[in-house]
Design a protein around this ligand. Structure first.
Ligand code: N01
Length: 525
């Protein structure tokens, strides 16, 4: 049986950096990755138009000065191929692949208390042991695959955005897209150009703000000159990236000033629009003002008022992840694009020829599912994680329970990177990944220096952290939307707001304080 100090699950951006950091510090580390190469999210999500919604100069590693200086991003928002090239470049540069097993899934983790190690089995039946396991499994890595009746009857092609085939060809075809989140929007915007006819099946309209994407060759040298300052600011910023614009609360500006303030943000584009008013997520009036602004913008973009009406979201803006678009609403002005609101015409079943929605059968050559993910807990629950007669998924049946989003009591020596109850998906994932990877690296260093072998979250600290994260979320409007943050997109999943809403900077201070105090709230042996 192969023995390791540390086994990391996943070779996306989290697992890659964790491998590099721990190997540099002299640990014997191995990574198990389900995909055929590094890149995680950007390995799997190759659908047309796939692109990051965080700016590329922020959505990239900061841990190595030379790396960030030598890599040249071409666009404000990097497209999937460029992100995957970046991941591969990092793997080459730090010679990561030699310690990664590809095309293999971790199936079970069994804690052996006597030996103080995890017994890890993979899909091929092989077994390894590791003193510590780090789940770098991603927050949006297990697709949600709704099963409509008749799915196996459809004679055309059924494609999933989260597992896109290399040879898909949609030119001139009759295409359906189900789902209008970020993946759906990006797919729809690009597919509308080539498809003979495109029909969009929408359950909930989203708020999409303009990306104003474009080349960044002219600004990149100046950004690189000040990269260390930019990164330092982002590490303490609430979202783990910076917007560079002052923000005020609704009560601090006059009604006349509101529209120009929102216009300015709209022109800036991207997720920073969510900060148009400082209290957008805490004051219903401020939120209503910003939401209404976006609805007005949508109506301006869509020529047919009846179609525009279907595209208007009603939940509080930013309570679900906003989308960042490049010409999304305008596709509905094209003659080859049709929007179907499935609240009016529910999808009854797939048929041999297409989709039966309401009383009408629509015929398609291709149906694209852009139906999202079992977010945050899906990938952890997909592994049978067991300590004696207790499994993590049973413990989390009514929502995840963690201390700092890093560990869960009863499951020693098992860390999660960007796990539930950490800022994670509410932040620039790379900023949060780096913070967790470094925190875990320091914790393992500490154990080694002290001659200790075991670390576990204390039950009381976990209870307090769960209460804190829930209370903080409830101070905001975020739990009011049926979002994947809440688990609301998965039938039967407990509705609990999963990420920590307090922001990256505050979270970092708490986590660093805990470490500085000798890992207060954790039990070390
Ligand atoms: O998934 P989603 P996504 N019948 O859950 C609909 C990140 N990301 O893959 O809202 C019919 O947002 C569902 O409807 P509803 C980003 O963080 C980033 O698009 O549940 N419809 C919704 O419209 C993002 O937030 C980037 O009512 C069904 C859609 O499918 C996250 O990933 C790009 C349905 C799913 O939207 C997830 O985005 C892509 C059903 N049975 C993703 N089930 C960028 O960086 C679900 N839907 C830009």
């Amino acid at each position: 049986m192969t023995e390791h100090d540390v086994l990391v699950i996943g070779a996306g951006f989290a697992g890659m950096y964790q491998l590099h950091l721990l190997r540099e510090r002299g640990f014997d580390v191995h990574v198990i990755e389900a995909g055929g190469d590094v890149g995680g999210t950007w390995f799997w999500n190759r659908y047309p138009g796939a692109r990051c919604d965080i700016e590329s100069v922020e959505y990239s590693y900061s841990f190595d000065e030379e790396l960030q200086r030598e890599w040249t991003w071409t666009e404000r928002y990097a497209a999937q191929p460029e992100l995957l090239s970046y991941a591969r470049h990092v793997a080459d540069r730090f010679d990561l692949r030699k310690d990664i097993t590809f095309n293999q899934r971790v199936r079970t983790l069994d804690w052996n208390e006597r030996e103080t190690h995890w017994v890890v089995t993979t899909g091929d039946g092989a077994t390894r042991t590791a003193r510590h396991v780090i789940a770098a499994t991603g927050c949006l890595s297990v697709p949600s695959r709704p099963s409509f009746p008749g799915m196996d009857e459809f004679r055309g092609e059924l494609l999933w955005t989260s597992d896109w085939p290399a040879d898909a060809n949609l030119a001139g075809k009759r295409v359906a897209v189900i789902g209008t989140g970020s993946s759906g929007l990006q797919t729809i915007t690009v597919v509308a150009r080539d498809a003979g006819a495109l029909t969009v099946f929408q359950r909930t309209p989203c708020y999409a703000v303009p990306a104003h994407n474009g080349p960044i060759a002219d600004v990149l040298p100046a950004i690189k000159q000040h990269y260390p300052d930019l990164r330092a600011g982002s590490r303490m910023a609430p979202s783990g990236y910076q917007c560079g614009v002052e923000t005020t609360a609704l009560s601090e500006i006059t009604p006349d000033e509101t529209r120009p303030a929102l216009d300015k943000r709209w022109e800036l584009g991207g997720l920073c629009f969510a900060d148009s008013l400082a209290d957008v997520l805490t004051d219903p009036a401020a939120n209503a003002r910003v939401s209404e602004y976006v609805r007005t913008r949508i109506k301006e973009k869509v020529a047919d008022p009846q179609v525009a009406a279907k595209l208007l979201p009603t939940f509080p803006i930013a309570a679900k992840r906003m989308c960042v678009d490049t010409g999304y609403y305008e596709v509905y002005n094209q003659p080859n694009v049709t929007l179907i609101d499935i609240n009016e015409a529910p999808i009854r079943r797939l048929t041999e020829r297409g989709i039966l929605a309401g009383e009408t059968e629509h015929e398609f050559d291709v149906i694209i599912m852009a139906t999202g993910f079992d977010a945050m807990t899906g990938a952890l629950n997909a592994v049978e994680i067991r300590n004696g007669d207790r499994t993590l998924s049973e413990k989390w049946a009514h929502g995840p329970r963690t201390y700092l989003g890093l560990m869960s009591a009863g499951f020693p020596n098992l860390f999660t990177i960007c796990g539930p109850q950490s800022p994670s998906v509410l932040s620039n994932m790379i900023t949060s990944i780096e913070q967790h990877v470094e925190w875990i690296g320091d914790a393992l260093d500490h154990l080694r220096e002290e001659g200790l072998t075991r670390i576990e979250a204390g039950v009381e600290s976990e209870d307090n952290w769960v209460t804190t994260t829930n209370d903080l979320a409830n101070l905001t409007l975020m739990p009011q939307a049926a979002s994947w943050y809440m688990g609301a997109n998965i039938p039967g999943k407990e509705r609990v707001f999963m990420p920590f809403v307090g922001g990256v900077g505050l979270y970092r201070q708490v986590a660093e304080g805990v470490a500085a105090s000798g890992y207060h709230g954790f039990e070390l042996e």
